[in-house]
Design a protein. Structure first.
Length: 271
């Protein structure tokens, strides 16, 4: 019988750059790394405790139950419940079918999944309407704002554990937070946000924030972009060892789940 490792990290068949960085970080701390060749979990891992995961929702749905993992994720309507001071735009959670009736420009994205191309749509008639995007698909619909710079925060127990810039003026431009001119402002906004709203998020999660241009008022302000699952978020230029801390907590053994995080377990296979 194969001896059980102290812990292991399962990766999808086609790992991205973040998966490769996390694999290196995992090996440095003595964790086994298990890249799977498909959606099936090998028998040798099914009875082994200490598993963790990084990968997309379809991969997670296929393997998490066999590994007895608890996957943490923010609520679909988290953004809609934030005070306006943290969003600086009106946001509603609705269905794709309802959004198709809109005849005004809007920004549309799915709360968690990525099948629907997130972006600005001239009106609801421009939204896709095919078998991959049924009318009951949940979407977030918001006012259109311009983010001058966007930052990814890996949050652990209500505090920023590591962070990275990922875009400037809508274009991908990763940089470590410590190298960014907005570092102090990002951390100040994050501290205010998390001080108020950390209890509405899992203990391990990703929150994206950005600097919004407000030409009507002649100034700029900080706002939340969205929240995402840490086990399905690119690291960009964040410290991979500290990103791994968040991922291990966000997708780890169900036996280690805390009561504080229990409400945020993803219903694998149900969504």
């Amino acid at each position: 019988m194969i001896a059980a490792p102290a812990g292991f990290l399962v990766l999808p068949p086609r790992p991205d750059r973040t998966a490769e960085l996390l694999a290196g970080a995992a090996r440095r701390r003595g964790l086994a790394v298990e890249p799977l060749s498909g959606p099936a979990v090998p028998d040798r891992l099914r009875s082994v405790s200490g598993g963790h995961l990084y990968g997309g929702p379809l991969f997670a749905a296929a393997v998490a139950a066999d590994l007895d993992l608890a996957l943490l994720e923010p609520d679909d309507d988290w953004l809609t419940g934030l005070p306006y001071e943290y969003t600086r735009r009106d946001i509603v959670l609705t269905t794709l079918g309802e959004a198709r009736w809109s005849r005004t420009p809007m920004f549309v994205k799915q709360p968690r999944e990525k099948a629907l191309p997130a972006g600005v749509y001239a009106d609801g008639s421009r939204l896709p309407g095919d078998d991959r995007h049924p009318a009951d698909t949940e979407v977030l619909v918001s006012d259109i704002v311009t983010f001058l710079a966007e930052y990814r925060l890996f949050v652990l127990d209500g505090a920023v554990h590591t962070a990275s810039r990922y875009a400037v003026s809508g274009r991908l431009d990763p940089a470590p937070l410590d190298a960014c001119a907005h570092r102090a402002d990002v951390l100040a906004f994050a501290a205010d946000l998390l001080g108020t709203c950390a209890g509405t998020l899992p203990g391990a999660v990703v929150v994206d924030v950005g600097l919004v241009s407000d030409p009507d008022r002649g100034h700029e302000h900080w706002a939340v972009v969205e929240a995402n699952m840490a086990w399905f978020s690119l690291a960009y230029a964040a410290d991979p060892d500290r990103v791994l801390d968040v991922v291990l907590r966000a997708a780890g053994p169900r036996s280690r789940l805390t009561s504080r995080d229990a409400p945020f377990i993803r219903g694998v296979g149900e969504r």
